[in-house]
Design a protein around this ligand. Structure first.
Ligand SMILES: C[S@@+](CC[C@H](N)C(=O)[O-])C[C@H]1O[C@@H](n2cnc3c(N)ncnc32)[C@H](O)[C@@H]1O
Length: 456
């Protein structure tokens, strides 16, 4: 396209055709896509162009002429300012349909596998109050300490009283924290000046145990008013079992620094998924929607088709949650994960659940898998659950080289999943079916499990 057919600050009438993976409405002007937050497919609206690039632009919704039947009133007062959720203005049934459609779209456009069955998204009965973890920045406005999520595409904190997708215990504790810092004169961190003390508060609650971990991330080595803080946090909720001080003195968007000290209680909290109990450390990944995790793991197990005699690899295993689910039905499970604390947790979790057929390794999965391959390890089944960037090519090569009968791919990013499925298809592995599971209601994130088998 030679030149954008619209100009900055221009007002135009559009019809929304689709949604981006970030949940923004997509409208086209002479084939030129404009991305506009809060527009829903089928709606007609007046929009203002706010930015143009060569092949696409951004706009702002000014007036809705025709509303979609799938539009609903967001229950959260600050939904249109806060960047935490993206889809509260869409009915939940429609959110589930859109997520299924987005997986189908990337299977066609990126994987070039248009015929793969993509099942309807497995949703939640109550798509609220589900998040077991919240990471919230602390700031100051008009001399007052505030806590809240960042505004979309900015680092402006939106002062928040309550968050309807949070576990109520997290929500209550977060609400009290701003008052606490105010009362104890603990200065919030200012990222412009790199001054101040408290950067983030992270709270994690075990869905089945109610045990809570509170992590205070500071820009300073010392945590001021430590004893008073501990006393007051414990008074807010007696379910707090662990208080951690994390030091992050870098100018960075990464929330936690590498150094954590337990300043009260235990290094971990415990939660349960089905019959298994897990200890979770401050630096370890743990799925944020425990009720849906049970459905996600049940599908993973179904697609793994274990009879009890198999050797299995669980790559990107975190604290060993999937590994232990698989270990109950397999001969042996090998897990690999990059975060040392997560592997320490995984080993403890295997012992705690009396599962003796697991081995866990710290390392980059893309380095450990080729090494296992070279050592002659030949798994029957490989499960991968990578971060958003998907699997490295080295890992995909090693996986194919090991010739497992089946691969189960758990993904939190349909685009990288589709890219990897194309590579696997060309290397002799057929994608059988994909099951999206809604782990993040009201947000645009999409999780899915894919069954892949060796072609005969
Ligand atoms: C989506 S989580 C999945 C964890 C686990 N399967 C679960 O369900 O809880 C991805 C995990 O991959 C780990 N990770 C990220 N990059 C890695 C790498 N290059 N090698 C191994 N693990 C990695 C992260 O620390 C995280 O624990």
């Amino acid at each position: 396209m030679a030149k954008a057919p619209v100009e900055k600050n221009q007002y135009i009438d559009v019809t929304f055709e689709d949604l981006t993976h970030e949940g923004d409405g997509v409208a086209k002007v002479d084939g030129y896509p404009l991305f506009i937050p809060y527009g829903l497919p089928g709606e007609k609206a007046k929009v203002k162009v706010v930015k143009t690039r060569k092949n696409f632009g951004f706009g702002k919704l000014i007036e809705l002429y025709e509303e979609s039947e799938h539009r609903t009133t967001p229950p959260c007062d600050i939904f249109f300012q806060c960047g935490g959720c993206q889809l509260q203005h869409m009915t939940y049934e429609r959110q589930l349909e859109m997520k299924q459609k987005q997986v189908k779209d990337v299977m066609r456009k990126i994987a070039h596998l248009p015929d793969v069955p993509v099942h309807p998204t497995i949703g939640m009965e109550n798509p609220w109050d589900y998040r077991n973890k919240v990471s919230i920045p602390v700031g100051k406005r008009d001399g007052k300490v505030i806590t809240g999520f960042y505004q979309k595409r900015s680092h402006n904190i939106i002062d928040m009283d309550s968050c309807p997708v949070q576990h109520p215990q997290n929500d209550k504790l977060i609400q009290e924290m701003a008052n606490l810092f105010e009362e104890l004169h603990i200065e919030p961190y200012d990222e412009n000046t790199h001054r101040g003390v408290i950067r983030h508060v992270i709270v994690r609650t075990g869905q089945h145990t109610n045990e809570m971990m509170v992590i205070l991330v500071t820009n300073t080595k010392e945590l001021p008013k430590k004893d008073a803080l501990i006393e007051k946090i414990l008074a807010i909720d007696p379910d707090v079992k662990s208080i951690i001080h994390n030091v992050n003195t870098k100018k960075t968007n990464v929330i936690m620094g590498p150094e954590s000290n337990t300043i009260w209680g235990s290094d971990t909290i415990t939660d349960r998924i089905d019959d298994l109990e897990f200890q979770i450390g401050a630096h370890s990944f743990y799925q944020i929607n425990p009720l849906q995790t049970e459905k996600l793991y049940a599908k993973t197990l179904e697609y793994a088709q274990l009879s009890g005699n198999e050797t299995v690899i669980d790559a990107y295993c975190g604290i060993g949650t999937i590994s232990l689910f698989l270990a109950q039905h397999a001969k042996k499970v090998y897990g690999v994960e990059i975060v040392r604390q997560a592997i320490d947790n995984a080993k403890d979790n295997a012992k705690h659940n009396r599962l003796t057929n697991t081995e866990f390794y710290v390392g980059q999965a893309e380095k450990v898998m080729p090494w296992w391959h070279a050592q002659g390890l030949r798994p029957d089944v490989i499960v991968v659950d990578p971060p958003r960037k998907g699997c490295d090519e080295e890992l995909l090569d090693a996986m194919v080289g090991m010739e497992p009968d089946r691969i189960v791919y758990v993904s939190c990013n349909p685009s990288t999943l589709a890219r990897d499925l194309k590579i696997l298809d060309e290397a002799g592995y057929e994608t059988k079916q994909i099951q999206p599971v809604d782990m993040f209601p009201q947000s645009s994130h999409i999780e899915s499990v894919t069954e892949i088998v060796k072609k005969v």
